[in-house]
Design a protein around this ligand. Structure first.
Ligand code: ADP
Ligand SMILES: O=C(O)[C@@H](O)C(=O)COP(=O)(O)O
Length: 407
């Protein structure tokens, strides 16, 4: 293994696994830190953690364990994969995890760049933009768990770490890899601007030999070439069994996808109230889903006003946790009853679902949309799509289900 990735959530893990696979690295996604060794022919291993919103100490210890395992498999370069919208809070978890990884790996400086231009995320003057909008005005300020209220990544990361936070500007990046290396400070975090894919390729070249980097999946664009990899299209063997769409993401793009899919297929909402009161049960939802024609959808996705009201009534963590548990148990139940295609929307939700399914290793297939591959749970006839909240076009759910069948 050449490149090892510690990913702070499951959709993010499959996002960067796709980037690495398309860059020509033989790549596998692991669910949590594996107990046994990796396939020795693997070019890249991605360990998916559910640490983005975990308590800081837990996120740090899980990430260090993942890093140890990846290093033991031979990984020469470690990437800490975070969200392209830098999802975190003033307390963490990005800063504390990076500080711990840097200490373990002896990395004096660490490049951080969450840019993902293909999905509209760019970094300019240290500020993160989503499309034409600053991060804190794009809807992410209302995220149920990690409201992003400041687009200045230098200021946000400085809240989370005692290390200095420097900056390498777009002008320096445009001057090339050597200019980036010359501009790097001697110590601490460095936010590096990137506006287009070419910038990420340049940053990749500048980071040859770096022990640790941090970013969204875009940070991996230019790294495989340092190890001689050549672009490739991942393989896929069709899966045609029964399907389900599960959506616990409340992000803007998902809410549009839920609306589009609900107009075409059987759909059922589970509200926070019914989950918290126990009225929404796995058995009733599964019976309903299994008796529908086509591929039904079950969703808790709701707009920010509804989410906030539920959080005020039940507590943010409590309601999120109960909804995630419901999706986790429901997915396990449906898979036991023969469902073979599962489309999941939401990073935390995907983490819950994949854990519920007991999958340990995912094989990476071709892309459904930028940042979202088809994945297959190894050892089972089970196709999954783990969609990040804000990724994919309006028809994503239908598109994913059809591609699983080989369309
Ligand atoms: N109706 C709701 N009210 C409150 N919280 C919700 C609701 N629906 C989902 N959630 C929670 O919101 C979080 C959404 O996060 P996630 O699944 O990562 O989506 P995204 O990828 O859009 O961020 C999950 O923890 C989920 O359980
Ligand atoms: O980098 C990204 O944006 C994604 O890979 C990702 O991590 C998204 O997380 P969720 O929106 O929580 O799914």
């Amino acid at each position: 293994m050449k490149i090892g990735v510690v990913a702070d959530d499951f959709t993010g893990a499959s996002d960067i696994a796709l980037t690495l696979a398309e860059a020509g690295m033989s790549t596998a996604q692991y669910i949590g830190v594996p107990e046994g060794p990796a396939d020795p022919d693997l070019g890249a291993g991605v360990v998916a953690l559910k640490s983005r919103t975990a308590p800081v100490a837990e996120a740090v210890s899980q990430s260090l364990a993942a890093c140890d395992w990846l290093r033991a498999q031979g990984a020469e370069q470690i990437i800490f994969k975070v969200c392209s919208t830098f999802d975190s809070t003033p307390e963490g978890n990005i800063g504390p995890v990076l500080d711990a990884l840097a200490e373990k790996l002896g990395a004096e400086t660490v490049i951080t760049c969450p840019a993902f231009p293909e999905n509209g995320r760019s970094v300019y003057m240290g500020h993160l933009f989503v499309g034409e909008t600053l991060l804190n005005e794009c809807g992410m300020q209302d995220h149920p768990l990690t409201p992003m209220t400041d687009a200045d990544l230098r200021r946000w990361l400085a809240l989370q770490s005692d290390q200095p936070v420097g900056h390498v500007s777009a002008r320096v990046v445009a001057a090339g890899a050597q200019a980036i290396r010359d501009a790097m400070p001697e110590k601490g975090h460095v936010i590096v601007d990137a506006i287009q894919d070419d910038d990420l390729w340049t940053i990749g070249a500048a980071a040859a030999g770096a022990r640790l980097l941090c970013g969204g999946s875009g940070i991996a664009l230019g790294l495989p070439a340092n190890f001689g990899a050549k672009p490739a299209t991942p393989n896929w063997a069709p899966v045609t069994g029964a399907g389900i769409v599960l959506s616990g993401s409340c992000s803007r793009a998902t809410r549009g996808q839920v609306e589009t899919y609900a107009a075409k297929a059987a759909s059922r909402e589970v509200t926070a109230e019914t989950v918290m009161s126990g009225a929404a049960t796995v058995e009733t939802l599964a019976e309903w889903a299994l008796s529908q024609p086509g591929v039904p959808m079950i969703y808790s996705s709701a707009d920010p006003v509804v989410v906030r009201a539920a959080q005020d009534q039940f507590g943010r963590e409590a309601v999120a946790g109960r909804i995630e548990t419901l999706f986790s148990d429901l997915a396990a139940h449906l898979a036991d009853r023969g469902v073979q295609r599962i489309v999941v929307a939401g990073g935390e939700t995907s983490g819950a679902v994949v854990s519920g399914l007991g999958a340990t290793r995912l094989a990476i297939g071709p892309r459904i949309a930028a940042g979202v591959p088809l994945v297959r749970a190894e050892g089972r006839e089970l196709a999954l799509a783990l969609k990040s909240g804000n990724f994919g076009g309006p028809d994503f759910f239908e598109q994913a289900l059809r591609q699983m069948e080989g369309a």
